[in-house]
Design a protein around this ligand. Structure first.
Ligand code: MG
Length: 105
């Protein structure tokens, strides 16, 4: 596992700008979608699995930068609401589940 140096991530956002980096995050999401659709509909599955892994790596690099851009206190509140809804959905279907998240201080 690697962790990108936060100072490096902050430098990328500062040098390229928030709009450009959020645009790149959106672009990487689309590239992942494209690889996934190729994986679904073409015969050479291994090639496109690798393509998805490559695009996922791009997304992770951009997510680190997005964390520098957005108000993460707000994002984590929204994330908790979404996770709570997923728990409710599982429980409605009678599916037992482990705790969905832990508060990290
Ligand atoms: Mg890419």
């Amino acid at each position: 596992m690697i962790k990108v140096n936060p100072e490096f991530t902050q430098l990328l956002v500062k040098e390229f700008g928030t709009v450009a980096q959020l645009g790149t995050l959106a672009e990487e999401g689309l590239e992942f979608s494209k690889e996934f659709l190729k994986y679904l509909f073409r015969s050479d599955k291994n090639k496109y699995w690798r393509g998805m892994e490559s695009e996922f790596a791009d997304i992770l690099v951009m997510v680190d930068q997005a964390k520098e851009i957005f108000d993460m206190d707000v994002v984590y509140i929204i994330m908790k609401q979404k996770l709570d809804r997923l728990c409710e959905r599982l429980e409605k279907d009678g599916i037992e589940h482990p705790i969905a998240y832990m508060e990290v201080i």
